[in-house]
Structure formats: C-alpha cells, structure tokens
Design a protein around this ligand. Structure first.
Ligand code: PMP
Length: 434
C-alpha cells in the first residue's frame, strides 16, 4: 500500500526521534474547514490543528487569495534588507493589539526562534544570563529554549547557555501545592519566587518567561492572576516578564485576545508563532521599543517576515478579527468543556477537564486514583482516530488529551466531536477494566 511504503521510506531517512502519532501514522492530503482527508480517502474532524498550524481552518479563500496574490507578483522573497510592505502592516496590527506601550515587532520563522530572540533581548538588556522559567514549561528546541523548557521529556540538553531556575506555578494539579485553594496556590508560588530570588540567584535576573496556559505540558491552567502577582515581585527587581503566547494568543482562550490578560498584567514582551500564518511558517515577538532596540546586530533572520508568510498572517489576523473568532472560541469552547465535564461525571478515567476557550485538556488517570494514565491516552488516540476524530496529547506522562481545533469550529461540529469522545472514552474504559 502507498501509505505503508511512505512510512517505510520515512523511517529509513528521517530521524528515529521524530514522533509520529498513531500505530498506523496518517498522511493528510486534503483539507477543508475543520476536516481533513488522508491518503486512503478517510475523512477526519480535526480538533488539533488549530494550535499547531491552522488557527482558522483549512482552505480558507481569503488566505489562499492573499498568498496567491503575493506569489503572482513573482516575489516569494527577496531579502529582509529591502522594505516589505506586508511585514510593516502586520507589525503595526500586532503592536496595536499587544497593549504594550511603544511596541515594536520582530518576525521569525518559528516559536523557537521567537523565544531565542526574546532571551537574547532580555539577557542583553539586563546584562545578565540568569533567567527564570516555570516547571513543566515548553518553549522550543533551540539551545537556549531547550534550557528554559522544564518539561522533562523535551529537555534534552543540560549544557545550557543561560543560567536557569525553575519556579512553581507550572502545573496546578501536581506538586506540593496541588491541594491548595487558588488564592493559597498563588500565595505559595509567589513566596517560592521570592525565596528563589533571595537564596538561589544574585537578584540581577534578566527575565521570567511563562506560558499563560502550558501547551505541551498538558494545557495546565493556573489560577487567573498568578502571573500578575509574579509581576509585582519581578518589578521590585527590574526583572522582565515574557509571555509565551505561541499557543494562547489570537483569542483562542475566548475570554481574552492574549492568554496573559487573564492575569491582569501587561508583560514586557510576548512571543508568538504557530497558527498566525494559518499553515505558513511565521513567528515573532512584540516588546517595548527600548527593549527591542537594545541589540546592536544588523539583523537576525533571512526568511523571518518574508512577504508570503506575512501575507498569510495579515489575512489570518484580519479574518480572526472580522469574524470575531475570539467570541466563537468562548462559546464553542464552553460547549465542549461542559460536554466533557458531563462525560467525566460518568467516567473515572477522566481525572480533570481544564483549559479556556478552544484550548481544552482532558487529563486521564488510572480509574480510582490520581495516577497519570498514559495507556488510557494512547488507547483514546486510537479510538478517536478510528471514529474519525483527530486530537492531540501532552503532559509529563503523555496522559492529557488536548483539544485545540480551528477557531471556526461550529456548534454542530463540537456536538459531533463530543459524541465521538464519549464513545471513545467508553471503549477505553472497557479495555482498562479487562
Ligand atoms: N512555545 C510554545 C508555548 C510552544 O508550544 C511551542 C511549540 N510547541 C514553541 C514555543 C516552539 O515553537 P516552534 O515549534 O514553532 O519552534
């Protein structure tokens, strides 16, 4: 079969550590709206691509037209050494949306590069290579970003160019503060931050970087206000706050346009990537102008902010705003969350349903315990796929199902997904009980 032949060729020439989902990995050959078709003609409702790439869905006419117009000009890219109109327009929009005073924007090709640049700016500005990150975090796989990634499975290198300390506040449901109320949890995390600064650093730390909801870490959702409470401490020391909005940006969390807004604070920098180009490679950061301008180097990136990617990003951002997809994320996200919480009442394999808007985590546990169940998550991935639904997984134990659909997901599609999820959970529970 074509598919098996492709899989064998993939395994022969691509690295063994390149993860593929599913016992029989799929090749997606067509997409439309929230649905994709694989090489064998099976269609799936895609509840994962929204965060990864397709923030608003597949084959959106406005984006196709914007990209085609740029390609038709004959200029895919020339160089960032020339003026690029699309880039300036996109930067103006993002600077305005950021809420950061006197903001400037820099474009990269990925979230990793965006966070590497953020680290470079913060350490240069503060003349310190000490940085703080949250436990259970994921910020990328560059040499600096691996160092600030506290998620054990992804933190492959200990040979770090930055001096990193990890603070509490990453995984609300695990660790020593898990049984605390939200207010107690915030107090304990802030006390930990203070104690860390006083006893484990020289105080002249460059920055703290945090995901407002941890993505790869399993959509762990801290109490609102935690990062705002952190910022009060950071301000006493002049430490910069960087919000990694690679997964939480663009209104996905429903209540807010940026995830950090739930914490009642404006950060010094935000990084972004993934869905902004709706499939085309783009990332970047937005920061206070004085911070952005603190580097003396001429440039950083050959392709970052190229005309095709920025054309796609402008069209994506306009579409998101024109169709008020943040409001849709809030409405359909709550529908999914309510449905999942109803299913959870019947199914002890579900330990927690959490998240915001269209960023929903379902933590699976060994029934009757709070032990992470990676085997249940692995079976759920297969059952949902067999029934025509694509979802993701994450968390330290790979035991958290992640739902992050395109932000155009309809109520009817959410209902369809809930039906498949309920059937798949029932099938998984029956297998575990055997
Ligand atoms: N930050 C976060 C929060 C992410 O989820 C990711 C990707 N999973 C990155 C940074 C890195 O982005 P990229 O894969 O585009 O380098």
């Amino acid at each position: 079969m074509v598919h098996e032949e492709l899989l064998a060729r993939h395994r022969a020439v691509l690295p063994s550590w390149l993860a593929l989902y599913y016992e029989q990995p799929i090749e997606i050959v067509r997409g439309e709206g929230r649905r994709v078709t694989d090489g064998e003609g099976r269609t799936y409702l895609d509840l994962f691509a929204g965060i990864l790439t397709n923030a608003i869905g597949y084959d959106i006419a406005e984006i196709r037209e914007a990209v085609r117009a740029q390609l038709d000009s004959g200029v895919v890219h020339t160089s960032t050494l020339y003026l690029i109109r699309q880039q300036v327009e996109l930067a103006e929009k993002i600077a305005r949306l950021s809420g950061i005073p006197d903001a400037k924007v820099f474009f990269t090709n990925s979230g990793t590069e965006a966070n590497e640049t953020a680290l470079m700016l913060a350490t240069q500005h503060r003349r310190s290579n000490q940085v703080l990150a949250l436990r259970n975090s994921y910020h990328g796989r560059g040499f600096g970003t691996i160092a600030i990634t506290g998620n054990r499975g992804w933190s492959a290198s200990s040979l770090s160019p930055v001096n990193v300390s990890y603070v509490h506040g990453g995984n609300r449901n695990r660790g020593p503060f898990k049984d605390f109320s939200d207010a107690e949890y915030i107090r304990a995390c802030v006390a930990d931050l203070r104690e860390m600064l006083a006893t484990a650093t020289s105080g002249d730390v460059a920055c703290l970087i945090a995901e407002p909801i941890q993505g790869v870490g399993g959509f762990t959702t801290p109490p609102d206000g935690l990062l705002g409470a952190f910022k009060e401490v950071l301000d006493e020391f002049g430490i910069l706050l960087i919000s990694d909005e690679v997964q939480t940006g663009w209104g996905r969390t429903g209540e807010h346009f940026w995830g950090i807004q739930a914490h009642g604070v404006v950060p010094d920098m935000m990084t972004f990537a993934k869905g902004l180009g709706n499939g085309l490679a783009i990332g970047g950061l937005v920061a206070r102008g004085d911070l952005m301008d603190c580097l003396t180097a001429n440039s950083i990136s050959t392709f970052g902010g190229n005309p095709v990617s920025t054309a796609a990003a402008n069209a994506t951002l306009d579409y998101l705003l024109d169709h008020d997809l943040q409001a849709n994320a809030f409405k359909v996200g709550n529908q999914l969350m309510d449905g999942l919480r109803r299913i959870a009442q019947e199914e002890p394999v579900i330990g927690d349903v959490r998240g915001k808007g269209l960023m929903i985590g379902v933590e699976l546990v060994e029934p009757g315990t709070d032990q992470p169940s990676s085997r249940a998550a692995a079976r759920m991935m297969e059952h949902t796929r067999e029934r025509g639904l694509l979802i993701g997984k994450g968390g330290q134990g790979g035991n958290v199902l992640r739902l992050a659909p395109p932000m155009t997901l309809t109520e009817a599609e959410a209902e369809e997904a809930l039906g498949i999820l309920a059937d798949s959970i029932a099938a998984t529970s029956a297998e575990l009980a055997r």
